[in-house]
Design a binder for this molecule. Structure first.
Ligand SMILES: Cc1ncc(COP(=O)(O)O)c(C=O)c1O
Length: 356
């Protein structure tokens, strides 16, 4: 059986490799904020039960209005979704039979959803995985023929974020070449709203995708959104199932957006743990990406097929990279967890490096 294509759900990794899971498992393969979910959800939970009995709002209210206020944009520019994943499925339908550009390594769902809708994919490669440099000249050349360019900002799995001036240049080029640009900002909350390009949606070529999963630690609830020009929002809304977002998710989403203190703490934690882990891995001779997100990607100094299963047996689940194009399986991604969990990881890594 092959390894699962996504992080999280660690039991599938153990099953696929035939390894018995130990009693204690720490899942570093997913990138959900370890400080969440915010306490406000717990306090309001009983109040939310009444929403089970009513049909949800068809456009995801009250979340849509709340998110519009949060970004200071019109509600007509927002499509509320069942996680960012739903947006990618619907975008693939929008571009059915057309051509899309992907820059690898990147989130595998872009390719998976586009292929399912027979979108022709132009696969380009980052010239430098550590810095996350983009192949700008190649991208521009292909943008003349393609209908859409997908960019993950910051990028999963490298955590790298192109310079603002580079993204701005690509947005301008999108106009010239009549090629849409989809910016997946699922992890931008861990940097700052100032890094977002949501204020650029006036341009009919810019589509922003956001997720509530990572920062607010609510992967089970399923909530995300797309911000774009109103005519694109209408088009995507028509493709979506009716009542695509459950009311509980819409209520919880509206509540947690108020929690500025929670976000600030999460950013500080992510910055600190990522910096510490980067320094630790570099001291062991690993290559480490210049991540700005709440995860990083590293490569062992020497190939070792036993590394990943060794850590699984220790109850430490890293994100393998077998299904990422342009990574050779010797890169591993680590999602930042609590300080205590990061210490356990460092201890086990130290033991490994001493023995190899
Ligand atoms: C880069 C990226 N975009 C989007 C998603 C999907 O997020 P959601 O849980 O909101 O569907 C993920 C999930 O791992 C992701 O890594």
């Amino acid at each position: 059986m092959s390894l699962p294509n996504h992080g999280a759900n660690p039991q599938h990794v153990y099953n696929s490799l035939g390894i018995t899971p130990p009693c204690r498992i720490i899942d570093f393969s997913e990138n959900v904020n370890p400080l969440g979910p915010p306490d406000s959800i717990q306090s309001a939970w009983n109040n939310f039960q009444k929403f089970m009995k009513v049909y949800p709002d068809p456009v995801g209210e009250p979340f849509r209005t709340k998110i519009a206020q949060y970004h200071n944009i019109s509600p007509d520019s927002i499509f509320v979704s069942n996680g960012a994943s739903e947006v990618f499925s619907l975008l693939a339908e929008k571009y059915m039979g057309k051509q899309a550009i992907l820059i690898h390594p990147t989130f595998s769902e872009y390719g998976a959803t586009l292929k399912a809708r027979h979108v022709e994919i132009v696969n380009l490669k980052m010239p430098n995985i550590v810095t996350g440099e983009l192949p700008i000249a190649d991208m521009k050349e292909h943008m003349h023929h393609a209908d859409v360019l997908y960019l993950c900002t910051p990028n999963n799995p490298t955590g790298t974020l192109p310079k603002r001036s580079v993204i701005r240049e690509l947005i301008q080029y999108a106009k010239i070449s009549n090629c849409d640009i989809v910016l997946d900002e699922a992890f931008i909350d861990f940097i700052s709203e100032e890094a977002s390009f949501i204020s650029d949606i006036d341009s009919a070529h810019v589509i922003i995708v956001r997720s509530m999963t990572k920062m607010y630690a609510m992967p089970g609830l399923r909530l995300g959104y797309m911000a774009a020009a109103p005519h694109i929002v209408e088009e995507i809304q028509r493709l979506a199932p009716h009542w695509n977002v459950n009311r509980l998710a819409a209520e919880v989403g509206s509540l947690v957006l108020n929690d500025e203190t929670f976000r600030k703490k999460a950013i500080q934690h992510s910055l600190k743990t990522c910096k510490d882990m980067t320094a630790f891995l570099k001291a062991q001779g690993c290559e480490v990406t210049q991540s700005q997100a709440n995860f990083l990607l590293f490569k062992l100094p020497q190939l070792n097929k036993g590394f990943f299963p060794y850590f699984l047996r220790k109850g430490i689940v890293l994100r393998h990279t077998e299904n990422f194009r342009e990574l050779d399986g010797q890169w591993f991604r680590i999602g930042m967890k609590s300080e205590a969990q990061m210490e356990i990881l460092k201890r086990e890594l130290t033991a490994w490096f001493e023995a190899h």
